[in-house]
Design a protein around this ligand. Structure first.
Ligand code: ADP
Ligand code: AMP
Length: 215
């Protein structure tokens, strides 16, 4: 399964990707996660990316395209992958097409998760992530059993630096101007499936599986 999860920040891409990864036994390729790891490690790429990320903008196309090109060539992507947060611009989508052609691969589907803007703000301000294992939560919609602690590993739950209301508004604007055009891009390519992402997490998962005809 070679899949793209498309949608605005907070649509539930990461939440769904983690579940699909377990089901299909293929990796989640999240450019946001890869960039955050680079920022944490202080690599040259991380240092370059940090300013764009803190401002709620996009990291330059050539940087993220390079990350994905390298990642898709790793052996664990041989049976498939779930792209989460990439592509985010038309040039990135074009570069992905070229990379996949070089690797002799085709996308199976692009699933677009649709969620209202105000719901996105509430989702992002309430998002928490385990510092140790990366599992995601929401303080209201998907709370941990013990406040502030990961159910899976007991790690501390933290809030992302860019999940502040002001940065969130900027990220949503950037989504509309740079990423939303990809919906028609992939519709024209005959790859698009649209899911109502306002529904419960498990219902969204069921509908994604139905759209992929594997339910
Ligand atoms: P994305 O990866 O698209 O930015 P996430 O998967 O991190 O979004 O989800 C953002 C927040 O919303 C998280 O806190 C997550 O727990 C919560 N969430 C995800 N899907 C749903 C849903 N269907 N209903 C309510 N909250 C959700
Ligand atoms: P995410 O975790 O997907 O919400 O991404 C967090 C941040 O990382 C974004 O706001 C961007 O600054 C950066 N980023 C992630 N993926 C991309 C991408 N495909 N293109 C450009 N910037 C990206």
């Amino acid at each position: 399964m070679k899949l793209i999860l498309l949608g605005p920040p907070g649509a539930g891409k990461g939440t769904q990707a983690k579940m699909l990864t377990d089901l299909f036994n293929i990796p989640q390729v999240s450019t946001g996660d890869i960039l955050r790891a680079a920022v944490k490690e202080g690599t040259p790429m991380g240092v370059k990316a940090k300013g764009f990320m803190d401002a709620g903008g996009l990291v330059p196309d050539e940087v993220v395209v390079g990350i994905v090109r390298e990642r898709l060539q790793k052996p664990d992507c041989a049976a498939g992958f779930i792209l989460d947060g990439f592509p985010r611009t038309v040039p990135q989508a074009d570069a992905l097409k070229d990379t996949l052609a070089e690797l002799g691969k085709d996308l199976d589907a692009v699933i677009s998760l649709e969620v209202d803007s105000e719901a996105l703000v509430e989702r992002l301000t309430g998002r928490r992530t385990c510092r140790d294992c990366g599992r995601g939560y929401h303080i209201k919609f998907d709370p941990p059993r013990v406040a502030g602690k990961c159910d899976a590993c007991g790690g501390e739950l933290i809030q992302r630096d860019d999940d502040k209301e002001e940065t969130i508004r900027k990220r949503l604007e950037v989504y509309q101007s740079s990423t939303e055009p990809l919906i028609s891009y992939y519709r024209k390519a005959g790859l698009l499936g649209t899911i109502d992402g306002m529904q419960d997490i498990q219902v969204v998962k069921k509908e994604i599986l139905a759209a992929l005809s594997v339910a």
